[in-house]
Design a binder for this molecule. Structure first.
Ligand SMILES: *Cc1c(COP(=O)(O)O)cnc(C)c1O
Length: 368
């Protein structure tokens, strides 16, 4: 039996992609906001339900540019339970991350702990939707309104997630997406800022192109974060298959749930009320006292069977060498979760047999 990977990219049939890129040989327009780019922006507006979608070269750029577009310096409240990109983006644009703890049940920022971190320097909250679970968006909005803060979501895990029947990008001031190969929807590398604010959208367009505006004037100090036509074409194709891909992930997640539910010490993820998840990851929490082995033990055991899982997110940001000791961080729940969590293989080329085999290994490794 071959390796089972933790993630595999969504890829359209090759002929569909060839068909999509053919016209690029006629136009010879490879990048700089071409036809494919504009078509994908338009299609994503519909899919994500935002008024404006600014495509960029990757999810990290989406975060940096969104923060810059709002002109945010000062403090931004976020969590340490995320991919390092979130905190790096805050630091790299000259703002300061302030780390808030997360909730035990869904791993997103704990709204009850945000307010005591607000100071006169706080300018924004940058919550992270995690694994397809969404943040407490209503509570976050209430706090942001009370203190006049912007809310920029890191929605890298939330493509296609819906809350109360609407795409989750409708909440907050902006949502930043990643279209990296390992995400639910990919453009090989890519990302986008989704917003209802036209001014912010225009700023993203300028900032992604060195700060040059439509008239050719350089009006901001921007970098180069443009998405090329081949990536956009990949996105156009993948968008045709995304709903099926999410349904398939849902079926695999439900199969995992049913096969793991009675193993002591293994906790699976619960889909939230009023949320349609995208099942972007399949996290499990291992309680070593009940299961008889630690997360790290199980990670190695699965690896022995060529099953590749991921300690994700581990370590928390503030334990990473680049961050350690530099920021105050009172986030015991984030730390404890990061030491017990792993994500199991989840993608649209995973088979039922793979899931069955993975769960059987987890079951027979149970110690008592
Ligand atoms: C993937 C990811 C990013 C970065 O996106 P890239 O497209 O890889 O630059 C940021 N935040 C989170 C939570 C992510 O998972």
């Amino acid at each position: 039996m071959g390796d089972v990977f933790v993630a595999r990219p969504l890829m359209p049939p090759i002929d569909e992609y060839f068909e999509e890129v053919k016209s690029i040989w006629e136009t010879k327009w490879l990048t700089n906001v071409g036809h494919k780019h504009n078509e994908l922006e338009k299609k994503l507006c519909d899919f994500l339900g935002g008024a404006y979608v600014g495509l960029v070269v990757n999810g990290h750029a989406a975060l940096e540019l969104a923060i810059q577009a709002y002109g945010i310096e000062g403090e931004i409240i976020t969590t340490p339970f995320t991919f390092v990109s979130t905190a790096n983006a805050i630091c790299r644009v000259g703002a300061k991350p302030v780390f808030c703890d997360i909730c035990e049940n869904n791993y997103t920022i704990d709204p009850d702990k945000i307010e005591k971190l607000v100071t006169t320097k706080t300018k924004a909250i940058l919550p992270v939707h995690v694994y397809g679970n969404i943040c407490y968006v209503d509570e976050i909005k209430r706090i942001a309104d009370k203190y006049g803060l912007k809310v920029i979501y890191d929605a890298a895990h939330a493509f296609g997630v819906r809350y109360r029947g609407k795409p989750v990008s409708c909440v907050g001031d902006s949502s930043c997406y990643s279209f990296h190969a390992t995400k639910v929807f990919n453009t090989i590398e890519g990302g986008a800022v989704c917003t209802n604010n036209y001014e912010i959208y225009k700023k993203i367009c300028v900032l992604r192109d060195f700060g040059i505006n439509g008239e050719g004037d350089t009006i901001a100090i921007g970098g180069n974060a443009k998405m090329n036509e081949f990536s956009a074409a990949m996105g156009i194709c993948n968008l045709r298959h995304i709903s099926d891909a999410i349904l398939y992930r849902k079926a695999m997640a439900e199969l995992y749930d049913s096969l793991l539910e009675d193993i002591p010490g293994i906790r699976t993820n619960t889909v939230q009320e009023n949320v349609e998840s995208n099942y972007s990851y399949y996290p499990i929490i291992i309680n070593p006292n009940e299961y008889g082995h630690s997360r790290d033990d199980l990670f190695i055991e699965l690896q022995k069977h060529d099953i590749w899982t991921r300690k994700y997110f581990y370590p928390i940001i503030t334990e990473m060498p680049a961050y350690k000791g530099k920021y105050e961080c009172d986030t015991p729940i984030a730390k404890s979760i990061s030491e017990k969590i792993m994500t199991l293989p989840m993608h649209d080329s995973l088979s039922k047999e793979d899931v069955g085999r993975i769960c059987e290994i987890i079951r027979s490794y149970y110690r008592y």
